[in-house]
Design a protein around this ligand. Structure first.
Ligand SMILES: Nc1ncnc2c1ncn2[C@@H]1O[C@H](COP(=O)(O)OP(=O)(O)OP(=O)(O)O)[C@@H](O)[C@H]1O
Length: 471
């Protein structure tokens, strides 16, 4: 366990005695204890209390904290908001609205009074309850790590940390300390309300778990603490993988390199998607395992297309890149080499076609030896047996009645059926480029070449076709 001592405050919480610390004091025993202990240890404290206006006695709590601050000669800042009204307006639960308003107030006050950190009174018991709540709701490793001694809440401040100096102290020891000092704190009656999951965990679940192992609280606390160190290693790995895969990023999208992504470890792949999706999601809780797993499998399959995640996030694959974006907000860069619906182009071999938006289609001749030396290629490169194709090749969009014999299939099928099967997004089908030899469709870029045009052991020369963006 980590009791409140100087090494915890200076090293783990990274506090110093040169600037004040803002302590969020509800008036309850935990935050009062935190405040008194920090004062005893010689820190300068700014006391901040937020009146949520949700209980009839909330003004009395505020007054009590103010009186104590006066008695202890600490600066006191009181904040107030109509949490009920805000919750309704923003479609949040009362607890969530209260939490957001409170943290916003605490960090704004810390900024205004040049405080080095915001300190709150979460205890070891709160930690154990939090870990169990995460477990019950189905969390990953991140949730099982529980709360940190020192962290940043980026939505409130990226420069002022949130510290929890009494995260290693048990409530019973805190109560004993206050009793010895004769301090009677405010009591929050909602702490006994069993409609709240936290209270059920505290008053019902934990006593039952203790009948299995009397040390369960200690074990859960230790587990969270050691997982935090493990998690840090994973986060470093994910950060490095992110740098390796990131190709493009904007306010409403992130672009990753698919080949790089697929080369990462499976666990890292899932975390990369989670990290990208978290930027754009409307959900407060992260995406669940099943949804992340579905996206990872879709990316590994490699066919261009799109897939929706919960929280308004979309993942779009163009065969080379993975775009994670806010639904409906397409990146400025076009993803695919789309062409006007009625356009027809011709391309000789060797030859080059400049399409819109910086896209280029290049054609050249190669030999089987050269191609095998080059190794694998992406979905927007095709190799055809040169003796089977009729030059120049033609590029156009689909027309009714088009048929296609996909590589590896028994025979031709309707192109429209093929496009449905591969789930090419409906809105791009009329602008998707198709490569024809004479009247025969030989390549659906991003997906398949036509079976009769494949490279075989008897192939002498290969026509290589390649779409790429020149900008
Ligand atoms: N109204 C408030 N004003 C200022 N800070 C608050 C307020 N409510 C909570 N906090 C801060 O957030 C911490 C955690 O809040 P929570 O509601 O979980 O409190 P708690 O575990 O009941 O602790 P306490 O005994 O201090 O009320 C508190 O210890 C306190 O530091």
């Amino acid at each position: 366990m980590r009791p409140l001592d100087e090494s915890l405050l200076f090293e783990t919480c990274e506090l110093n005695k040169t600037a004040p610390i803002l302590v969020g004091v509800s008036g309850g025993p935990d935050s009062v204890y935190l405040w008194l202990r920090l004062l005893e240890m010689g820190f300068t404290i700014v006391v901040a209390h937020f009146d949520h206006g949700l209980r009839p006695d909330s003004a009395a709590d505020a007054a009590w904290v103010g009186e104590q601050a006066h008695r202890l000669n600490c600066r006191f800042v009181l904040g107030r908001a109509e949490v009920g009204v805000i919750a309704e307006r923003e479609g949040l639960s009362l607890e969530e609205a209260a939490r957001r308003m409170r943290y916003r107030f605490l960090f704004e006050t810390a900024q205004a009074y040049a405080c080095q950190a915001v300190a709150v009174g979460h205890t070891a018991d709160d930690q154990v309850e939090t870990v169990l709540m995460h477990l019950l709701r189905g969390s990953g490793l991140g949730g099982l790590c529980g709360m940190r001694f020192r962290t940043f809440l980026a939505e409130y401040s990226t420069t002022i940390p949130l510290v929890r100096p009494i995260l290693g102290e048990w409530r019973k020891d805190i109560e004993r300390y206050l009793e010895e000092k004769g301090i009677i704190c405010c009591q929050d009656v909602t702490n006994r309300d069993l409609r709240f999951l936290r209270n059920r965990v505290r008053h019902r679940l934990l006593p039952i778990l203790e009948t299995y192992n009397s040390q369960i609280r200690r074990h859960l606390w230790q587990m969270a603490y050691s997982l935090q160190a493990d998690y840090q290693i994973i986060e470093q790995e994910v950060g490095a993988a992110w740098q390796r895969c990131l190709v493009d990023e904007g306010p409403n999208y992130v672009g990753l390199n698919r080949a790089g992504f697929c080369a990462e470890h499976e666990g890292i792949q899932a975390r990369l998607i989670r990290r990208a999706a978290e930027r754009f999601t409307r959900e407060q809780r992260g995406s669940d395992f099943a949804s992340i797993d579905r996206v990872v499998r879709f990316i590994r399959m490699g066919c261009p297309g799109q897939i929706d995640m919960e929280g308004g996030v979309q993942v779009v694959l163009d065969g080379v890149h993975i775009y994670v974006l806010r639904q409906g907000e397409w990146p400025i860069n076009p993803l695919w080499p789309l062409i006007p619906p009625d356009a027809v182009f011709q391309i000789g071999v060797p030859g080059q076609l400049t399409l819109g938006e910086g896209w280029v289609l290049e054609a050249f001749l190669s030999s089987p030896q050269e191609m095998s030396a080059l190794g694998g290629h992406d979905a927007f490169t095709a190799c055809l047996d040169a003796d089977t194709v009729q030059m120049p090749l033609r590029l156009r969009t689909r027309r009714s009645g088009d048929r296609f014999w996909p590589y590896g299939m028994e025979g031709p099928m309707r192109l429209s059926d093929f496009l449905v099967n591969v789930r090419l997004p409906r809105w791009v089908r009329d602008r998707w480029p198709l490569v024809f030899s004479g009247d025969t469709l030989v390549w659906v870029p991003g997906y398949r070449i036509a079976h009769p045009y494949r490279v075989t052991p008897s192939t002498q020369k290969i026509v290589v076709l390649k779409f790429y963006r020149s900008t």
